[in-house]
Write a protein that binds this ligand. Sequence first.
Ligand code: UD1
Length: 353
Amino acid sequence: MHILHVVGARPNLMKVAPILSALTQYPKIKQTLIHTGQHYDTNMSDVFFQQLEIPAPDVNLEVGSGSHARQTAEIMTRFEPIVVERRPDVVLVYGDVNSTVAAALVCSKLQIQVGHVEAGLRSFDRTMPEEINRLLTDQLADLLFTPSEDGDKNLEREGIAGSKVHRVGNVMIDSLVRLLPVAMGKKQSGLPERYVLVTLHRPANVDDDHTLKLILGYLLELNNQLKVVFPVHPRTRQRIAEFGIDASKLDLLEPLPYIQFLALQCHATAVITDSGGIQEETTYMKVPCLTLRNNTERPVTVTMGTNILVGQDGARLRSELTKVLEGKQKQGTVPPLWDGHAGQRIAEILSKL
Ligand code: UD1
């Protein structure tokens, strides 16, 4: 059997690594890895391949950036001949990025089975490009690997046959479980005992001049009280420059490699983010997480984990942070099947096809 994996953006890489590794236990399965090149900077891609020990991709489509239509179309155009030539039995797509939906659409038209890893997540917010990607990819997929029960329920509601759905747990947590011991050993040189780790890249937060100014204003105010550590996504850095915002009083870092970022996360007093994956990682590590969004496609991080949705509400952000600083933060538990073995469960299902 030939399984072809498609990755494109940074958050795909923590998800593909455990599956690639688990499938090596099945000698009859041949694997091919395609990188679309949606993310191309060394610190958004190459360094993650190294740290997560992902083999070099067989092909890099080098699509780069562009509008949604252009990027998605470019991935489809460059990916189709690869699939025609290599004729995989199953194509695995990951998460909710443009590369995910583009590859799924190409394969379904060529009648090649598609497996979606991290299926069923819904924010119910169609202004998010990722929500469109999730909805479409799940409609096209033949195998849907969900991380939690809410995913199964969403798919059922959308009329997807239960026989296609496999609840396997969270593959991103597999990578975390594997590398957390390494990260915990990393000393945080030059940082105070208490600090807040921030990430920000959602179009809804950074593409609007007023909203981005507002959020950076909160961070500047917070920084007077507590050190703010802020590795900045390329999209956000571009917007800060474009809108002429003065963020010079904030310590803006380059995007960090996986292990260094995990080290900062696990020792943080709190994390402020709009990322999906970080809501999950903080839940696993029981680090307080304040999410700058009004909704989440990962509701278990709120119902079971340490995540709190604060939207863009500065007063709420301050009051939740005060609770954390007073030691009165929300307590959380780790959702079922977030145990480091999701990749093995997926490999086992694939090996039986
Ligand atoms: C993408 C995903 C998002 C995911 C995020 C993680 C989609 C629709 N969005 O958003 O779900 O959470 O990745 O990072 O697929 N850029 C660089 N270097 C890079 C990559 C991007 O400079 O290596 C810049 C480009 O100028 C680009 C911008 O960042 O225009 C945004 O990149 P893009 O891949 O379009 O979306 P992300 O915001 O990264």
